[in-house]
Design a protein around this ligand. Structure first.
Ligand SMILES: CC(=O)SCCNC(=O)CCNC(=O)[C@H](O)C(C)(C)COP(=O)(O)OP(=O)(O)OC[C@H]1O[C@@H](n2cnc3c(N)ncnc32)[C@H](O)[C@@H]1OP(=O)(O)O
Ligand SMILES: CC(C)C(=O)C(=O)O
Ligand SMILES: [Mg+2]
Length: 513
């Protein structure tokens, strides 16, 4: 099957801007238009010039400034709209005017209040007027998806006869199913005598989440232009998403026999730009450009990815402009992914150490939604520090508040298994902890520095406590990390006291020797 080109008609600046809340000013529209040209779309529908002076100015500016794509302006089937659109796009390298008129029974009867004959007459007049000022005219029978096939065929034939170069079939209200929409295209291909004199285009809305599926079904029946928007923004539930369509046409070109001119590496940057400008966030699990589109958290998937990328990825992130696949560490991750991240962070751990850190990691994952590199580093440091120690802190209870004297109850276990439990009061829970630990260990120290900082981000970030203490003229430093800073304070102080105990033990061994 030869790869046939599908024309990408971007309507982010027209239908996309019709999304409630997505209005853009002229400077923003120009910025988006530049990005669309860099993306190499074939047609930019820059706006609806009659809608407002601002819309006219934006279309005109884009037509005058943007080189490469055709620049299109929308118009209803009336002289004022068409003349305004012609004027707005006339400065473009390749100007296009897009004339539309609804054809479905519902729109004819209730909105336009026009009979079938009048619809055909107005469509023909509109296309002819546009053709007087511009070579490239597109005609859309609005709500084609709910129009009687036979009447739709008559309107399409008349519009082509009047000079339309592109016939765009919209599923204006996102009502069609893929087989039904394919049937419309098949019908037009088989029953409109002059259909081959125009390019067949489709414009699908996403009310039932079928915009991309319906567009692809039409392409399989011979449509060679698809109308779409960045991030799928547009009237109501939006239009077919450009990035999804392009990557489907590219990735499944083997099946569809299609290709596009799009520079796919520009998809992600363009998506970000449009999202930032319109303030319309891209959902995390959105295909192609969502934050999770190339992120894997499950251990089994991460293991598969580390062994062979294609086990779980059908596209390469770099092909859509995303720097790399992300193996997100979280409660569903396994040892393979954790080991890989630890190695990337520059640590070389023995299998036994990895096992211990893996179990600490799983405990942390139950407390924290996202695990950052700093969290992993903290886990490793904590384990490394706790390699040799005189005491283990086995339980900790503190009480504090405005109506009680702060206290701490702590149990420590010595290396020989003997446990000691004591309680102390303090100025606050941390002070009480420090006093209790000194009492159990019998080591008196002077606290020189105590600080708390967050090692990662978010409300569930881990707190790192740093302590510096002085004992018999020597300074000992230690730190510990936990989602609970009181607990981290206890572990940091305990680590410092363990260091002192270890130093004393080593000094004793040296003297005896
Ligand atoms: C499916 C689509 O996305 S179509 C594009 C939709 N986009 C927009 O509407 C955004 C910009 N629109 C606007 O700024 C305004 O609606 C304007 C300036 C275009 C028109 O404003 P108004 O003249 O005040 O008309 P209003 O919007 O209230 O009503 C639309 C009129 O256009 C008529 N109309 C609708 N479509 C067409 C058409 N394709 N050809 C001719 N007339 C049409 C309607 O029947 C109605 O006519 P009426 O006033 O005789 O009843
Ligand atoms: C103007 C037309 C093509 C349109 O946006 C629609 O029918 O959805
Ligand atoms: Mg539309």
């Amino acid at each position: 099957m030869s790869d046939e080109n599908v024309i990408i008609f971007d309507t982010t600046l027209r239908d996309g801007e019709q999304s409630p809340g997505a209005s853009m000013n002229t400077a923003e529209k120009l910025e988006v238009a530049h990005a669309l040209a860099d993306l190499n779309v074939d047609v930019i529908e820059a706006g609806f010039p009659i809608a407002s002076p601002g819309d006219y100015e934006a279309v005109k500016l884009i037509a005058d400034e943007i080189k490469g794509p055709s620049i299109c302006g929308l118009a209803r089937c009336n002289d004022k709209d068409i003349d305004r659109a012609l004027d707005a796009v006339k400065g473009a390298e390749r100007p296009r005017v897009h004339v539309f008129l609804a054809t479905s029974a519902i729109h004819r009867e209730f909105k336009l209040r026009m009979a079938k004959e009048e619809i055909i007459r107005r469509a023909v007049e509109g296309v002819k007027r546009a053709r007087n000022g511009c070579d490239d005219v597109e005609f859309s029978p609005e709500d084609a998806g709910r129009t009687e096939h036979e009447f739709l065929g008559q309107v399409v034939e008349a519009a082509i006869e009047a000079g339309a170069r592109t016939i765009n079939i919209p599923d204006t209200v996102g009502y069609n199913t893929p087989d039904e929409f394919a049937e419309i295209i098949r019908y037009l291909k088989g029953n409109v005598p002059n259909i081959d004199q125009a390019i067949l285009s489709v414009h699908c809305h996403n009310d039932l989440g079928l915009a991309v599926a319906n567009s692809l079904a039409a392409v399989q029946q011979g449509a060679r232009q698809v109308e779409c928007t960045i991030n799928g923004i547009g009237e109501r539930a939006g239009n077919a998403s450009l990035e999804e369509l392009v990557m489907a046409l590219t990735t499944r070109g083997d099946r569809l026999g299609t290709k596009t001119n799009i520079k796919t590496k520009r998809l992600y940057p363009t998506s970000r730009l449009v999202s930032n400008i319109t303030g319309m966030h891209v959902q995390r699990n959105k295909a192609i450009v969502g934050r999770n589109a190339f992120a894997h958290e499950s251990g089994i998937h991460q293991d598969g990815m580390l062994k062979e990328r294609t086990t779980y990825e059908i596209m390469r992130p770099e092909d859509v402009g995303i720097s790399q696949t992300e193996l997100v560490l979280g409660k569903h991750s396994g040892r393979h992914a954790l080991r890989k991240r630890i190695e990337e962070l520059g640590y070389h751990l023995a299998e036994a150490q990895l096992d211990k850190i893996f179990s600490d990691f799983k405990v942390l994952c139950d407390k924290k939604k996202e695990i950052f590199d700093a969290d992993v580093e903290a886990l490793i440091e904590q384990r490394i520090q706790s390699g040799q120690r005189a005491w283990d802190l086995t339980s900790l209870h503190t009480s504090a508040g405005t109506a009680c004297i702060p206290s701490a109850t702590i149990t420590l276990r010595r290396a020989d298994g003997q446990e000691t439990k004591l309680a102390e009061f303090g100025d606050g829970p941390v002070d009480a902890i420090f006093k209790t630990l000194e009492k159990i260990t019998g080591i008196r120290v002077k606290l020189i520095d105590y600080s708390v900082r967050s090692v990662s981000v978010g409300k569930d970030a881990q707190g790192e406590v740093y302590v510096e203490v002085k004992h018999e003229g020597r300074v000992y430093r230690s730190r510990a990390v936990s989602t609970d800073i009181v607990e981290a304070s206890a572990f940091a102080y305990m680590n410092a006291l363990n260091k002192i105990a270890l130093a004393k033990e080593q000094a004793l061994v040296a003297t005896e020797a």
